[in-house]
Design a protein around this ligand. Structure first.
Ligand SMILES: NC(=O)c1ccc[n+]([C@@H]2O[C@H](COP(=O)([O-])OP(=O)(O)OC[C@H]3O[C@@H](n4cnc5c(N)ncnc54)[C@H](OP(=O)(O)O)[C@@H]3O)[C@@H](O)[C@H]2O)c1
Length: 318
């Protein structure tokens, strides 16, 4: 089968189209023919080993995992003899977890993996891309104990995590303010934001507003500014933070009633099922900026790396 391999950290060109062995499902696994995957900012960080700490988990001098891709949508081609939840022909979408490997034509996953039947009302490209931001936003907003009527600000509202966070905060009944550039204001409003602030037109932390939850999805706002507009008992979510902010976060949580959430999210099959139900009801909509064929993965990464995509970038394999 065809797959995009990378054997060293570096520029997008390390992503190479190769012929590799097609996987064979174990007794408890399904073999998925992948119709679409996603190129996202998490994959870019792994490819570049940025931050450096990536190497502590994925290999000091070179990556131990050679096929990236954390999300997929496709059709089950075969199922192991002990599989009962799914059958050949089922259309599924989900996450590959720490094994990655979705930048390929096929992937085996355990039947109790982070998977669900794909919603019928969206395409494979939409299904493969909706979960990266969706699982991250859901994880953090639930940890923040989001409630109806709260004032929530999403910084980086037009990206993958941002477009998911705006929609989910709106679903939970919050009053949502999105921060992005003017060119994306209409998109963010259409996803349910009550207000949109253009970050190029001044500093929102000076407008006197205080929020119950501030969700900083991109590493573009200093810690001191992030916390400035938070209510005394509010929650700051740092979705993309570095080590220096981690130390400040621990200190803030110790000396004040403000809570700071950060770190790696965890994904569960129940989260995918929850998001699937929202998608089917029309309460959570996919936002796909562009699609690239598998062989143009390097170009997709170059685009994602610019940091201004609207929602998500899909990779299609059909
Ligand atoms: N903690 C975890 O486990 C976890 C899970 C998932 C993701 N993440 C991290 O979350 C981060 C966000 O991912 P993403 O895919 O959502 O990113 P993205 O799609 O690249 O985000 C783009 C967003 O950032 C905005 N932006 C760009 N430059 C800005 C600036 N200078 N000031 C303010 N906003 C700016 C863009 O607005 P305009 O285009 O309008 O300028 C757009 O809204 C990544 O670092 C990813 O690694 C972490």
């Amino acid at each position: 089968m065809k797959a995009i391999k990378f054997t060293s950290y570096g520029a997008p060109e390390v992503l190479q189209l190769k012929e590799v062995d097609k996987p064979i499902p174990k007794d408890n696994e399904i073999l998925i023919r992948i119709f679409a995957t996603a190129a996202n900012s998490g994959d870019v960080r792994l490819r570049k080993a940025d931050p450096w700490a990536v190497r502590l988990f994925f290999g000091l001098t070179k990556p131990r995992i050679n096929i990236l891709g954390g999300f997929l949508s496709g059709e089950i081609e075969a199922a192991g003899k002990n599989v009962t939840k799914f059958k050949a022909g089922d259309k599924v979408f989900g996450a590959t977890g720490m094994g990655f490997g979705a930048y390929a034509e096929y992937k085996c996953l355990p039947e109790d993996g982070i998977l669900a039947i794909k919603p019928n009302n969206i395409s494979h490209a939409q299904a493969a891309t909706i979960l990266f931001g969706g699982t991250a936003a859901l994880y953090f907003l639930r940890k923040a104990n989001i409630k109806s009527g709260q004032k929530v600000l999403i910084y980086g509202a037009s990206g993958a995590v941002g477009t998911a966070a705006v929609q989910l905060a709106n679903y939970y009944g919050a009053e949502v303010t999105g921060v992005c550039s003017a060119s994306n204001a209409a998109l963010v409003k259409s996803l349910g934001a009550d207000k949109v602030i253009d970050y190029t037109k001044g500093d929102f932390t000076k407008n006197g507003e205080k929020y119950d939850v501030i969700f900083v999805t991109v590493d573009k706002l200093s810690f001191s500014k992030s916390i400035k507009s938070l209510k005394k008992q509010g929650t700051l979510i740092l979705g993309a933070t570095g080590l220096s902010q981690t130390l400040k976060a621990v200190l803030t949580s110790l000396i004040s009633k403000q809570k700071v959430l950060l770190g790696l999210i965890s994904q569960k099959a129940n989260d995918i099922i929850f998001l699937k139900e929202l998608i089917e009801k029309g309460d959570y909509k996919p936002v796909v900026d562009r699609s690239y064929p598998l062989k143009e993965m390097a170009a997709a990464h170059r685009y994602v790396e610019q940091g201004h995509k609207r929602g998500n970038v899909a990779i299609t394999l059909t």
